[in-house]
Design a protein around this ligand. Structure first.
Ligand code: 8YV
Length: 313
């Protein structure tokens, strides 16, 4: 028996789950009925299929006495309470690799959208302002500018490879030096922000990175600087971001992720120098199928005594 926290858009993934397991579909239950639903099925549950955002907390884990495996349909495991799972020997898997290209593509799409002001220009055309002769102020070119990548794992490196093709110079920062890369590492996140026109956040969420993009980093990026975040909202001090954007200490931001999804601070939504998307970095047909297939394959491997494909710990 497995607890399925969210539906996959892949019909094949959903069919495979149904074929191999007794599925309890939490997502089919109205939010106010979920606690009672879970309490009712909890005694039999041996696996949980969850999302990167939802993960699994200590309270849910404690409700599941027979839990053996948590399969996360995402790369980020910051919402998984490992301290609650580790002593019980519960395995955790995620979906590395398969989503790298799409998430990196969205980072570049957001960077282009905010720098060329595509959403605002789309509104301008639809509203008839072009015919009305309303002037359009020029954007800034990417060529020759500097992009700083915060977090130089698979996704950060894929973003860098794409941005290099646009003629941007690249830097990165993360706590440990990345071996075998040609992109230079900044001495600190603050220095990376100071030297960059674009700061692209690609680092994992969790306690170690919480609010590391703080007011000092935002001010170092500066009035001509742009923040792009496709990682986790928790890395950014959101109130400080809204304030810096509102009074011009930061130039612009493009955000796919937020501290308290699906809530988006009204201060951010009200600003014209901000582009917002609803956490869709990996949301393509192909990638969501591949992610869901990894979830299925990890669950199948576990329950047939085979080695897990992508075990986190
Ligand atoms: C998804 C994600 O939004 O991979 C992650 O860490 O946040 C995303 O890919 C989510 O996990 C979908 O289930």
């Amino acid at each position: 028996e497995i607890l399925v926290m969210a539906a996959s858009p892949s019909a094949s993934v959903m069919a495979q789950l149904e074929q191999h397991f007794t599925c309890h579909h939490v997502w089919q239950v109205a939010p106010e009925g979920r606690a009672a639903f879970i309490a009712g099925v909890a005694p039999g549950v041996r696996g949980v299929a969850t999302t990167g955002m939802a993960g699994i907390g200590a309270a849910l884990a404690a409700q599941l006495p027979r839990l053996e495996i948590v399969a996360v349909n995402g790369i980020g495991v910051d919402a998984v309470d490992f301290a609650a799972l580790r002593p019980r020997g519960i395995a955790v898997t995620n979906t590395p690799g398969v989503l790298t290209d799409d998430v990196a593509d969205l980072a570049v799409a957001l960077l282009l959208a905010v720098s060329r002001r595509i959403p605002a220009l789309d509104t301008y055309v639809r509203a008839g302002q072009w015919q009305a002769g309303v002037p359009v102020r020029p954007a800034r070119a990417l060529r020759g500018k500097v992009a700083g990548i915060y977090g130089f794992g698979r996704i950060g490196q894929a973003v860098a490879a794409r941005l290099a093709a646009f003629g941007l110079q690249l830097r990165y920062w993360q706590p440990n030096v990345k071996a075998g890369v040609t992109v230079p590492r900044a001495a600190s996140l603050l220095e990376l922000a100071r030297d960059s026109d674009y700061l692209v956040v690609c680092a994992p969420g969790g306690a170690a990175t919480r609010n590391t993009v703080d007011v000092a980093v935002l001010e170092a990026l500066g009035p001509e600087g742009t923040l792009v975040n496709i990682a986790r909202g928790s890395l950014v001090d959101e109130p400080a971001l809204g304030a810096a954007l509102a009074d011009g200490r930061l130039g612009a931001a493009a955000l796919d992720v937020f501290a308290d999804e699906p809530s988006v601070p009204a201060a951010l939504a009200a600003l014209p120098n901000v582009v917002l998307t609803p956490h869709v970095g990996s949301l393509t047909v192909e990638t969501r199928h591949a992610m869901g297939q990894l979830v299925v394959d990890n669950l199948l491997a576990h329950f047939s005594g085979q080695p897990l494909l992508t075990r986190v710990e």
